[in-house]
Write a protein that binds this ligand. Structure first.
Ligand code: BV8
Length: 245
């Protein structure tokens, strides 16, 4: 393990263009439940069944109950050591941080230039897509008193400004993520590498000739593709690497 940490630390030190992709595993130590972890299931619903526009169209109140539940959980969470190390590295020129997480804990930790591929659970937009309501607005209220919350612009219902399964990412976020794959070192941390297009970025980075690394508690579909796979917790591994820089 220590050998691997030194190898990765040397690579991070020498990388002019460092890109870090994160998933739910980075927020696990903060108390945010992962999707596929033991507490990932909620009321016998799979996230894929709730995080879709069809599900919202069918029962916006049920979907909003889920998002309100997650907001209350996340509101009590604070960035952990993994977020803080990534925030420090994001101050470096040439470093870009791309996340699948909607909890905004990277932002709370002070991460610079964060690309949020799947949006934010703290932002809403108009389900009716009224002109003013298409642009997401911030809403940190916990608990949410009215479910579904109304669109302040047109009075119809609002939706969480997250990217649901079957929905395309916002073009500016997708472009930024794809550009970030053109790097010298691509480090993927705490993701099961199952959801696309995020799961495709490590392969795009390899095609750009990047050295690729994975930090995860366990094996993932990306483990066989990367140059170095370190199995352990992000909140322990990242500070250990930072010590070696
Ligand atoms: C799209 C927001 C155009 C909402 C989310 C190609 C092939 C196959 C399928 C597709 C494909 N292209 C498109 C698809 C369909 C789909 C998809 O990928 N499906 C999967 C399930 C197969 N993708 C889409 O629909 C995307 N849109 O492509 O649009 C299009 C549309 C239709 C068809 C073609 C093209 C939109 C995807 C975005 C969905 N929204 N979130 C919300 O949050 O409510 S995804 C959501 O789930 C998260 O954002 C994240 O992306 C994903 C969960 O993954 P992880 O973050 O990795 O979390 P997970 O729990 O799975 O794993 C945690 C990992 O951490 C584990 O490995 C664990 O071991 C590790 N870990 C735990 N603790 C620690 C740790 N590691 C280190 N330290 C620790 N302490």
């Amino acid at each position: 393990m220590h050998e691997d940490l030194s190898v990765l630390a040397a690579r991070i030190k020498g990388a002019a263009r460092l890109t870090i992709l994160t998933g739910a595993g980075v927020s696990a130590a903060s108390g945010v439940s992962t999707f596929r972890g033991p507490d990932g299931l909620w009321r016998r619903h799979r996230p894929e069944d709730l995080a879709t526009s069809d599900a919202f169209g069918r029962d916006p109140h049920l979907v909003w109950e889920w998002y309100a539940w997650r907001r209350e959980l996340i509101a009590a969470c604070r960035p952990n050591a993994a977020h803080h190390v990534i925030a420090a590295w994001s101050q470096r020129d040439g470093c870009r941080v791309v996340t699948q997480n909607v909890d905004d804990l990277h932002l709370q930790a002070g991460t610079r230039g964060l690309v949020r591929m799947h949006g934010s659970i703290w932002e809403l937009s108009c389900w009716g897509r009224c002109r003013a309501g298409v642009t997401p607005w911030r809403d940190d209220r916990v608990p949410m008193t009215v479910l579904p919350p109304p669109c302040p612009h047109c009075g119809r219902i609002a939706r969480p400004a997250v990217v649901w399964f079957g929905e395309s990412l916002r073009s500016e976020d997708l472009d930024a993520a794809v550009q970030a794959a053109a790097c010298d070192l691509f480090l993927t941390v705490g993701t099961s590498a199952l959801v696309y297009p995020a799961a495709g970025l490590v392969h795009a980075a390899r095609q750009h000739g990047a050295y690729t690394a994975e930090i995860n508690l366990e094996e993932t579909p990306a483990s066989a593709a990367v140059d170095i796979a370190i199995h352990g917790s992000a909140e322990q591994i990242l500070p250990a690497i930072a010590q070696l820089l």
